[in-house]
Design a protein around this ligand. Structure first.
Ligand code: FES
Length: 283
């Protein structure tokens, strides 16, 4: 289970400025659904060229939603010159901190803002400012992006780079190249590589896990299902396999599989353990 600050949880549960502005002055979109998170940021300026309104739409985890919500609050009332000075660390600080494994959500927010300002100034909608040699082909991350994230956040290890921009987080073929970039920037060698951090999560007894699953279903899942006349029942827990049954309107819903994976499982991975697998209980 991720340890989130109260402010992260507040912005996740009560996100500010959700949506898309019609005819925005600037619009920026980063990430992709295929990679598990995507963010669209739009803003409108007032007569004094200050950001009067900012909205976001995101597909992502709790920290992606919280980071986007925080960013839209942070930039309101600022000039573009002031807004573009906001770093991903500023976004994390505003939220009272983010788990390091989730820092890429703050980087995504900063990149979306940068793209939206670029879009305002140039009209460019191509969706990428930092060009150059692609180092991580799995996530399409360039040398410039890695360089920047290392410099901005004083990173010293490949695992940290993965946490901040995802590069190196899949097949791992690019990890030597990332280490070389870090070494070049810091004048250090891969010997400074940090050991791979333990998988997020804390050791839970079976009873604690069941209670946490039930609590997460109650707080994070049922309110949304009940709005549509549905519900969910926890049937059994075997190791990391969680067996549930959808009830009410959800029981025969055509998108039940989506609900189980992208809503129920995603929330349980977020709040209980990243190893949770949700399965539909046999009738
Ligand atoms: S090329 Fe970077 S993780 Fe696969």
């Amino acid at each position: 289970m991720w340890e989130y600050t109260d402010k992260v949880l507040d912005h996740f549960r009560n996100p500010r400025n959700v949506g898309v502005i019609d005819n925005p002055d600037g619009s920026g979109e980063v990430g992709s659904m295929a990679c598990g998170d995507a963010l669209k940021l739009t803003f409108k300026l007032d007569a004094n060229k200050r950001i009067a309104e900012a909205k976001f739409q995101t597909f992502g985890c709790a920290s992606a939603i919280a980071s986007s919500s925080a960013l839209t609050e942070m930039i309101k009332g600022k000039t573009l010159e002031e807004a573009e000075k906001i770093t991903n660390q500023d976004i994390a600080d505003y939220l009272g901190g983010l788990p390091e494994q989730k820092m890429h959500c703050s980087v995504m927010g900063r990149e979306a803002l940068e793209l939206a300002i670029h879009n305002y100034r140039t009209g460019d909608t191509s969706g990428k400012i930092l060009e150059g040699r692609v180092i991580c082909h799995c996530f399409g991350v360039t040398e410039e992006e890695i360089t920047r994230v290392v410099r901005d956040n004083h990173l010293t290890g490949v695992e940290q780079v993965t946490n901040y921009c995802k590069a190196g987080g899949a097949c791992g073929k690019c990890r030597d190249d990332i280490a070389a970039i870090i070494a070049k920037i810091n004048g250090l060698g891969p010997k400074n590589e940090q050991p791979r951090p333990p998988r997020p999560g804390r050791a839970l007894t079976t009873l604690q896990k069941i209670k946490l699953i039930e609590e997460t279903l109650e707080k994070e899942v049922r309110p949304a299902l009940r709005k549509d006349g549905g519900d969910i029942e926890l049937i059994d827990v075997a190791g990391n396999d969680v067996f549930v049954a959808l009830r009410g309107m959800c029981a025969n819903c055509q998108v039940a599989r989506f609900t189980l994976k992208d809503v129920v499982e995603a929330r349980l991975k977020e709040f209980v353990s990243p190893d949770i697998v949700v399965k539909e209980a046999p009738p």
